[in-house]
Design a protein around this ligand. Structure first.
Ligand SMILES: Cc1cc2nc3c(=O)[nH]c(=O)nc-3n(C[C@H](O)[C@H](O)[C@H](O)COP(=O)(O)OP(=O)(O)OC[C@H]3O[C@@H](n4cnc5c(N)ncnc54)[C@H](O)[C@@H]3O)c2cc1C
Length: 370
């Protein structure tokens, strides 16, 4: 293995780590970059997600987080075009939008409508008559429905595409598990891994739910923990429904191209628990079938568990370390890391190269003195 001095060592091979490496390499082609991690870690969030690109259905106030997610949604088509032109691994992306049935938002429905109007969010209110014409597969008692101008991506394909792009760009993708660091004062010299020591000028901690474990080795305490999500995928014809459907405590996202529909998801504070419970999956499907009755008989393809990296304040942690001169963080993307990928990559490239003008304080590691 080439473990000579890298300009940048990214620890974490999910969508966050790979997209940072991809953007840096596009911005500064001569950089020597390594991405470390287990690319198919069974619990990693990047392959577990549903791929919803949903800043509008997920947010209810126009704060920095909302603006960052919205900008990221806008960046998606160009980001994917650029990625696929390098990797030649296609990624399914759909701008068809999301549906929010009124019946699931009883108490907050008027608030949601006001928010969408105030923030100039692309949306359309469908009467029950229009719902019957445009989405006849919805349960009769869904009531009126809001169509929202969001997107959806096949996140597994996006992760495959990022990994392939990294290889093609000459980024060193190393299946190496980091267990420690060699430090010189307030500088990190090398990452200690099961494949030897890997030295670098700058280090980026992008290891999702495992970031707090790794930071502990550096005597840094990140208030971040995994929030487990159990999910499943069922077989329904591609053309059955174009939209992502948001229900109460459930969502249904089309993966298309014969890949069926993903149904999500639980939110469980149970540490690094990899278990998948049949009765939980059955309940998810039953809940989703309340708004999409066809799911009652749709064959189950697979079920899985993934871990969302959640900081205490549920905001991402992105920026330069306070304690180490050459350490950077990009973690804590929680429920929206797929959505944030393009904007996050641009932001982190700016932070690492020292060209970023407007640091977002709400996301800064300084808030936890990291
Ligand atoms: C069930 C579920 C559904 C989701 N749905 C959506 C959605 O619809 N839309 C959306 O935008 N977001 C969604 N998310 C959130 C999104 O998936 C995450 O925010 C995002 O994938 C985080 O990416 P990451 O690269 O930081 O972490 P991960 O994908 O978890 O990757 C972490 C990486 O760190 C590596 N690593 C860990 N420890 C070490 C170590 N010691 N040494 C080296 N490497 C290490 C691992 O091998 C792994 O490669 C969902 C998440 C889950 C779990």
């Amino acid at each position: 293995m080439d473990n000579g001095n890298f300009d940048i060592v990214v620890i974490g091979s999910g969508v966050i780590g790979h997209s940072i490496a991809f953007r840096l390499k596009q911005d500064v082609p001569h950089l020597k970059i390594a991405v470390l991690g287990d690319p198919v870690n069974s619990l990693q969030a990047s392959r577990a997600a549903a791929g919803m690109l949903a800043p509008f259905c997920e947010c209810d106030k126009a704060d920095q987080f909302f603006r960052f997610c919205r900008d990221s949604l806008d960046k998606f088509p160009l980001f994917l075009a650029e990625l696929v032109s390098v990797s030649e691994v296609p990624v399914h992306f759909s701008p068809a939008g999301s549906l929010m049935p009124a019946s699931n938002y009883r108490e907050t429905w008027e608030e949601r409508k006001a928010f969408f109007l105030r923030e100039n969010i692309p949306h359309e209110l469908w009467s029950m008559e229009k719902v019957r014409r445009k989405a006849p597969y919805l349960a009769e008692d869904c009531g009126e429905v809001m169509w929202v101008g969001e997107g959806q991506v096949n996140n597994r394909q996006m992760h495959d595409s990022l990994m392939q792009a990294s290889r093609k760009l000459g980024i060193h993708v190393l299946e190496a598990n980091v267990s420690g660091f060699i430090r010189k004062g307030s500088t990190i010299a090398s990452a200690v891994t099961d494949s030897g020591n890997i030295s670098g000028e700058k280090f980026v901690l992008a290891s999702g739910s495992w970031s707090s474990q790794l930071a502990r080795v550096l005597e840094v305490s990140i208030p971040l923990k995994p929030i487990k999500g159990q999910m499943c995928r069922v077989q329904l014809d591609d053309h059955f429904m174009d939209f992502t459907l948001h229900g109460k405590m459930t969502y249904i996202a089309p993966w298309r191209e014969g890949n069926g529909f993903v149904i999500g998801s639980t939110m469980e504070d149970r540490g690094f628990d990899p278990s998948i419970e049949d009765e939980v999956i059955d309940r998810l499907i039953a809940k989703a079938a309340e708004i999409l009755p066809a799911l009652k008989t749709a064959p189950l393809i697979e079920s899985w568990t993934g871990l969302r990296p959640a900081a205490e304040d549920l905001m991402p942690i992105m920026g330069k370390s306070v304690k180490y001169e050459n350490l950077f963080y990009s973690s804590g993307h929680y429920r929206n890391g797929i959505l944030m990928t393009p904007n996050q990559a641009d932001y982190m490239s700016g932070v690492i190269r020292g060209t970023l003008c407007d640091e977002i304080l709400e996301f800064s590691p300084t808030r936890y003195n990291l």
